[in-house]
Design a binder for this molecule. Structure first.
Ligand code: SF4
Length: 66
């Protein structure tokens, strides 16, 4: 499952990088997915980070049909 950060919605709280530093980071003051970790959407920690993102900027694509 692909994860992505909507940089329009993100305001750079850094919560995601704090919660799951193996997947998220902060680039130019905004949350970002580390290169190569875009497929980590089935990780429960990633799901929790998405649910707790204060601006709901983390999208997990369930990849229906993949
Ligand atoms: S938790 Fe959400 S608002 Fe905060 S840096 Fe991550 S994506 Fe951006």
């Amino acid at each position: 499952m692909k994860i992505s950060v909507d940089r329009e919605a993100c305001y750079g709280s850094g919560d995601c990088a704090y919660r799951v530093p193996s997947v998220f980071t902060v680039v130019d003051g905004l949350g970002a997915v580390l290169p190569g970790r875009e497929d980590s959407g089935d990780d429960p920690q990633v799901r929790e980070a998405a649910e707790r993102c204060p601006s709901r900027a983390i999208d997990i694509d369930v990849g229906i049909g993949e």
